[in-house]
Design a protein around this ligand. Structure first.
Ligand SMILES: CC(C)(COP(=O)(O)OP(=O)(O)OC[C@H]1O[C@@H](n2cnc3c(N)ncnc32)[C@H](O)[C@@H]1OP(=O)(O)O)[C@@H](O)C(=O)NCCC(=O)NCCS
Length: 151
């Protein structure tokens, strides 16, 4: 059977409602296999936090969250797509919407970091204009650092 998807994309900026943060927390836990403990904290406390959402029939199936690190710089922190919705371009669309939203608000650069073994996220980043700008050595893994000039 072919599943016809009717996906909707929306951008949410803080302050975030408790129900929204809870739904996002559930999706994050499903996507990463464990709750992301500081998701709610970062959404409440980091400057200009935003979440781009992909939904189908009212269900949240993908997200990309980030926040400002300066007046014109943004960090695209965390994202994921529900397992049964992957490989259909949703991660790429989330990036496209995020970057357009940031550009409209005067941001000139967006940065992100991806675990070195995450081929899908690396591919989506490269496809959407990010360039590799470094490596970050963490205690348990290495991350590729990406940056993109918004125009
Ligand atoms: C990473 C993730 C968000 C990608 O979501 P997605 O909607 O399936 O990605 P897309 O369909 O937009 O694919 C993006 C690109 O990666 C490629 N890709 C997707 N899954 C892949 C995989 N498992 N291996 C290799 N390449 C893959 C796609 O072909 C596409 O490349 P293209 O533009 O050249 O065709 C998703 O796999 C996920 O949620 N993973 C777990 C959480 C995670 O790793 N989040 C990112 C770190 S915060």
């Amino acid at each position: 059977m072919v599943r016809v998807m009717s996906l909707q994309y929306s951008v949410h900026a803080g302050p975030f409602e408790a129900g929204f943060v809870e739904a996002l927390g559930k999706l994050g836990a499903a996507v990463f296999g464990a709750p992301k403990d500081d998701l709610a904290w970062r959404l409440a406390h980091m400057p200009m936090a935003s979440v781009v959402c992909a939904s189908e029939a009212g269900d949240l199936v993908g997200f990309k969250a980030g926040y400002a690190t300066g007046r014109t710089r943004y960090y695209s922190w965390l994202g994921g797509v529900r397992a049964d919705f992957r490989r259909r371009g949703i991660a790429g669309e989330l990036l496209r919407h995020q970057h357009a939203w940031l550009y409209e608000r005067g941001f000139i650069a967006v940065e992100t970091a991806t675990n070195r073994d995450n081929l899908a996220m690396t591919q989506a980043n490269l496809r959407h204009g990010f360039a590799v700008c470094g490596l970050k050595h963490k205690s348990d893994r290495v991350q590729i650092l990406f940056s993109k000039e918004l125009r």
